[in-house]
Design a protein around this ligand. Structure first.
Ligand SMILES: [Zn+2]
Ligand SMILES: [Zn+2]
Length: 418
């Protein structure tokens, strides 16, 4: 029995409404099962951590399924755990499991996916990657991973599209996934259609996949393991006594929020927006803090609007480091030129240009949907900081070093100015 485990595509970070997505998925799955009526030696398993999502899928599937059909199943729980459990019958054990999945996906498979698919992938396409035989996962019966580049409607993620476009691309994504699965099941090669000029590389997609998969199931509140470096308290005095600082340090403040200039700006404009109330990290946030998030967002937007008045060409992002090095929740408002004398390391660069940086919209959405912010494995996040230097504006990958990167950024600045 060959099994395919898959998550609900594009419905969390990708923001396709679950009802629409479930309808599309069930329709494609039904078609697929119909066209392979006599093959009973496989199973498709939808895995989701959210029982509400599964309920939507279940009621949608009721409209499509034949009463005899058992080749499509749904399971509630952690993706990686269920994969292992179903392939090999091991008891799920989060820590070594996550570790082995990380090792499978994080390093060896990363090299493999780059080798197999050097060009950026196409939305709606599937990219099978065999797990190397010396890998623990392979030994435990998991032989292939299929990367899907599914559509995105989230405006704070790359290449957002409208609902209509997303629905078509989602259908293609499920079809590609099942076609790839079918080819692999029958020992054939699946060749993705010619890769297209998407900004998003298969590598980015893999990282998204990894990030979604590795969230720990029970985040610890006030845990001391959710930051890097020494847990510095330098931000606290600004929140306690903003009135004692000059306007060269404090940009503005009120009863709820204080905004300061980042002491080591990594771009032309780089400020930090913080709540006055003491909150260490994102992990402490709960649904009731959505108000606060809204306030931070509004304040950040005011800062952006102010600076864009003087320089309309400036582009900004506002968001958080997933593993911050300073105590006290602080939202970065940072212009995307990254022209800065204090930007001097790979770590600096990757902390603002990989998924180590989470946009405020993403935090808001996670809080709305899940009621909490989960943190990935620290090891995985730290590996993001060691990623190659890729340009955040164009497709230039693996820039040699920081001076070369800086030259490259200057070129963007100059050509954008024309
Ligand atoms: Zn920070
Ligand atoms: Zn570039």
């Amino acid at each position: 029995m060959i099994k395919l485990g898959f998550p609900s595509l594009s419905t969390s970070i990708g923001q396709i409404p679950i009802e629409e997505a479930a309808n599309i998925a069930c329709e494609v799955i039904k078609e697929f099962l119909n066209s392979h009526k006599n093959d009973l030696d496989f199973q498709l398993i939808l895995i989701d951590q959210d029982d509400q999502n599964l309920n939507v899928f279940e009621s949608e599937w009721e409209k499509f399924r034949d009463s005899e059909e058992s080749r499509f199943q749904m399971k509630l729980g952690n993706f990686a755990e269920i994969i292992i459990e179903n392939k090999i019958g091991l008891k799920p054990d989060t820590t070594p499991l996550s570790k082995s999945l990380y090792e499978a996906i994080g390093s060896k498979l990363f090299e493999e996916i780059k080798r197999l698919y050097p060009k950026p992938g196409a939305i709606g396409e599937a990219y099978p990657v065999p797990i190397p035989p010396d890998n623990e996962f392979w030994k435990k019966g998991v032989k292939q991973i299929i990367y899907i580049i599914s559509p995105n409607m989230n405006p704070s993620r790359p290449d957002p599209v409208s609902l209509e476009v997303a629905k078509n691309a989602l259908k293609e994504s499920y079809q590609s996934m099942l076609n790839a699965f079918w080819a692999l099941k029958n020992g054939q090669q699946y060749i993705p259609k010619e890769q297209q000029s998407q900004e998003k590389s298969a590598f980015d997609v893999m990282m998204d996949f990894a990030r979604n998969t590795f969230s720990t199931s029970k985040p610890k509140k006030k845990s001391s393991s959710t930051h890097i470096g020494s847990w510095s308290t330098v931000l606290l005095p600004y929140c306690e006594h903003p009135e004692t600082f000059s306007n060269r340090e404090v940009y503005s403040y009120d009863d709820n929020v204080v905004i300061i200039w980042d002491k080591y700006p990594k771009a032309k404009i780089h400020l930090l927006v913080m709540p006055r109330q003491k909150i260490d990290t994102l992990q402490e946030l709960e649904k009731q803090d959505l108000n606060l998030i809204e306030i931070l967002k509004q304040k950040g937007q005011q800062v952006i609007d102010h600076f864009k008045e003087n320089d309309p060409k400036l582009v900004f992002r506002m968001g958080f480091h997933v593993l911050p090095s300073l105590r006290q929740l602080h939202m970065h408002v940072i212009s995307q030129d990254f022209i800065s004398e204090t930007l001097s390391s790979k770590k600096h660069w990757n902390s603002f240009t990989t998924s180590f940086f989470k946009d405020i919209e993403e935090i808001e959405m996670l809080l709305k949907e899940k009621g909490q912010i989960k943190v990935c494995l620290g090891k995985y996040l730290l590996s993001l900081l060691k990623s190659p230097l890729n340009c955040h504006l164009c497709n230039t990958k693996e820039i040699k070093n920081i001076p070369t990167l800086k030259k490259h950024l200057e070129e963007h600045l100059n050509s954008d100015g024309q």
